[in-house]
Write a protein that binds this ligand. Sequence first.
Ligand SMILES: *Cc1c(COP(=O)(O)O)cnc(C)c1O
Length: 379
Amino acid sequence: MKFNTKTIHGGQEHDRAFGAVMPPIYQTTTYAQTTPGGHKGFEYSRTHNPTRSALENAFASLENGMYGMAFGSGLAAIDAVLKLLKPGDEVIATGDLYGGTYRLFTKIYENIGIRFHFAELSDAEKLDGMITPATKLVWLETPTNPMMNIIDIEKVAGITRKYGVLLAVDNTFATPYLQQPLDLGADIVMHSATKYLGGHSDVVMGALVVNDKAIADRLYFIQNASGAICGPMDSFLVLRGIKTLHVRMQRHCENGKDVAFFLRDHSGVGEVYWPGFSDHPNHDVARKQMRDFGGMVSFTVKGRDGQDAVRVVERLKLFTLAESLGGVESLAGHPASMTHASVPVEKRKELGITDALIRLSVGIEDADDLIDDLKQALG
Ligand SMILES: *Cc1c(COP(=O)(O)O)cnc(C)c1O
């Protein structure tokens, strides 16, 4: 089955009770048993729920994986992965991580004895010298947030395999429409399904997909034992969102490209960060591992101390000034004061997240209207 067919049919079967085409919302906590332990595969909804199972099968299908898991948020999914570790273990992660991931690592897991090392991994070879016997997990985001750096997943996977270290990739920005990390050698794929998979800015949810049965069993155990699951209604909504993932992503990519080229030619704009430019430092890797370049574009506004960037985001009308990304509507954010405020100032500077930086989640409206809005706000 090809990808566009998988978004609609992957992992799905018709409802056995009445033939409903969409999976019913099984809004139930428990399931009748005929004799103790005699049930139809469902006993309690923290452990399994049929609507959630349908969604988990869809996640697995989209990422070309065997096992899918849905969680109450993206961070809950990341939290489940970290619970595979124990005190003394070490993690190597990309430097410009999603702010909430950085906070979870440094403010919660560091306190319980796990050590984190952050590195710029655009040069994948660097990883080889960093892995020690204590390294148990490498955590990647690519494209990175918000600087749009690209990391060569296949190269990194070659190194983690050599040392027997787990490789997890946060695939939120790219989505499986653009890249499928398990095919490139990753062990775990993670999503904030809140973003493109849900696609309509109405559900907070997380996902994990793996191929290895032993890792899957441990993660299912954690999912049930820790209990950070999502409800049946939310499962239904994300499953519905996924059915249009391919058509939405195609338009996000087209609009992202138009916006990136418009910004690049504007005299009030400094740098534009978008992996589709042929002079982007990792453009060749992006071309190799991604089908297209996505709808996320970051740029800097020329001017004094970033005050002008704040004025630009305040003046935008079609782009809503808001956290988050990946919905049908366009959003603009000021990472230094919003999504990345939890990253210390010195660290932000080092990563290039200055006060002049704006991050756009380019939606699927008419590109001309989006460009007109940027023009008036920059004008
Ligand atoms: C939003 C986001 C997360 C966290 O997901 P939540 O659903 O908000 O918990 C993690 N990684 C990336 C790249 C994100 O954009």
